[in-house]
Design a protein around this ligand. Structure first.
Ligand code: C2E
Ligand code: MG
Ligand code: MG
Ligand code: MG
Length: 287
């Protein structure tokens, strides 16, 4: 495999490209069995409210795959593959159903009632049955629609008319819509004007160098103000330090998410965090 480039061979990097293709094919073959064998697991990353008294504002569901051969496979390795071959339709439905079921169960067990947000891929969202899938997940779990949030990305919003109708139907039932990774697409600002959304999640790339970089800080403040001027709830992703948190709180940002508050947690760790917050009445990592 570590063959040297030689005359007559077009490009040396074809070998690593081939490795990449083989890896994708491997993953593609394994995905259906992984679902059957229960190798997928939901993790939860808390979102914190920083606009008033610090509090737990919700949880984002992040998918993990425990592959028996490779260990934990990050979503960026298998989700694009699943999107390409359509498996994301089944996988995404599983994530939605599991998330709603667990959220309802937590409510029934007396944990704090929080919104659970689920990432939706473009392929999933465009599928004609998507609304039915969401409605069934809610109905079968008994979760009230107001506790479900769907995270969509700008890149999927390339068909504004159809998208708008779908988003409106979801929102009319009380489901919340957030735009994920905001600022990384091409026509971010246009969507603010045209689409029915509730929450703007500012991509972590705008947060990373803040407050050290004056330029990034200025940009971040502008995006927060832009979101607020459209009446949206604004969340900053990828908050890793106290100085970032303080900067955001001082800039009118409503919610934060990131390692500084909490890493994504497995179910047991999430339940422990619920218990700790109920016992102390305080949310660690937010103040
Ligand atoms: P995302 O929805 O933007 O999720 C945020 C990502 O940032 C997560 O990566 C999270 O672990 C990571 N993160 C959180 N806090 C910090 C921080 O302080 N610093 C840094 N550097 N990173 C932070 P993860 O879990 O690897 O997920 C990556 C992406 O995979 C997600 O980006 C989302 O687009 C996708 N994804 C995850 N789960 C699902 C799913 O169930 N369905 C779909 N369609 N996509 C999913
Ligand atoms: Mg997300
Ligand atoms: Mg994001
Ligand atoms: Mg992201």
């Amino acid at each position: 495999k570590s063959k040297q480039a030689s005359v007559g061979e077009p490009y040396w990097f074809e070998y690593s490209l081939l490795d990449e293709i083989h890896k994708r094919i491997e993953i593609e073959k394994k995905l259906p069995k992984a679902l059957e064998h229960g190798e997928f697991e939901l993790y939860f990353q808390p979102k914190g409210n920083i606009s008033s008294t610090p509090s737990l504002a919700g949880l984002e569901v992040l998918l993990r795959w425990n592959d028996p051969d490779q260990g934990m496979v990050p979503p960026m390795e298998f989700i694009p593959v699943a999107e390409e071959n359509g498996f994301i339709i089944r996988l995404g439905e599983w994530v939605l159903r599991e998330s709603c079921r667990l959220a309802k169960r937590w409510q029934d067990e007396g944990y704090p009632k929080v919104t659970i947000s689920v990432n939706v891929s473009a392929v999933q969202f465009r599928h004609p049955q998507f609304i039915d899938v969401v409605e069934n997940a809610l109905r079968d779990s008994g979760l009230e629609p107001g506790y479900l949030e769907l995270e969509v990305t700008e890149t999927m919003l390339n068909d504004p008319v159809v998208i708008k109708e779908k988003l409106e139907r979801l929102r009319s039932q009380g489901i919340k819509i957030s735009i994920d990774d905001f600022g990384t697409g091409y026509s971010s600002i246009h969507y603010l004007k045209t689409l029915p959304i509730d929450i703007l999640k500012i991509d972590k790339s705008f947060v990373q160098e803040t407050p050290l970089s004056e330029q990034d800080s200025t940009l971040l403040v502008s995006i927060i103000q832009l979101g607020k001027s459209f009446g949206l709830t604004v969340l900053a992703e990828g908050v890793e330090s106290k100085s970032q948190l303080e900067f955001l709180a001082g800039s009118g940002c409503d919610l934060i998410q990131g390692y500084y508050y909490s890493r994504p947690l497995n179910r047991a760790a999430m339940e422990q965090m619920f218990k700790d917050s109920m016992n102390s009445g305080l949310i660690a990592g937010l103040s």
